[in-house]
Design a protein around this ligand. Sequence first.
Ligand code: ZN
Length: 231
Amino acid sequence: MNELIGRVFSFETQEFPSRSALYEKLATEGQNPKALMISCADSRVVPEHIMQAQPGDLFVCRNAGNIVPPYSQSNGGVSATVEYAVVVLGVRDIIVCGHSDCGAMKGIANPEALGKMPVVAGWLKHGHAAAEVVAECYPHLEQAEKVRAIAMENVVAQLAHLRTHPSVAAGIARGEIALHGWFVDIHAGNVLGLDGESGRFVPLREDRTLPVAVAQTARLAYDAPLLEAAE
Ligand code: ZN
């Protein structure tokens, strides 16, 4: 048997019993995750590991390239997951997490390599804005650096897509939802966060204010007249 598949038996015999109280609480009271993370499906980037999360802590959506398709008439699994997390679970922090050495970003950088993968090529079109930003604004980069730049610009692009989802847009307007853009460097073992004010990725440090892409601050475009006090 595949050694990995065989490890499932220790979930029943060791893992579950060692956390039985936690699982019982989650099973009877339901889940109340503290954040939604949309990350790449890459096996080297494990959201629960990076966050040191326990069962029940983190609502996770993983796909090739940590993509969030913009809200449209044909919404898929990512859109449904986002809507459920916001509307039903009341998640107030949403993290889009990219990473170094990302195969999906290499595909965006070299679309001709995707010839035998039409589905992947179609999916990665959601990241083409990142490729265009890099092509026009970072024309001097060598291949490895270019892929890294696309991965970071892709996080920016997916955060923009996230804001097209009505549930997220309304949560941001109410000042209840914060958006985070992270980049995990699997070579250096560190995590960078997008600072929405400067537009740059900066290291996440315990002794510094956490950089956020979009802060939990009410944002209303219309300066509505105040309601007259009831007489
Ligand atoms: Zn990846």
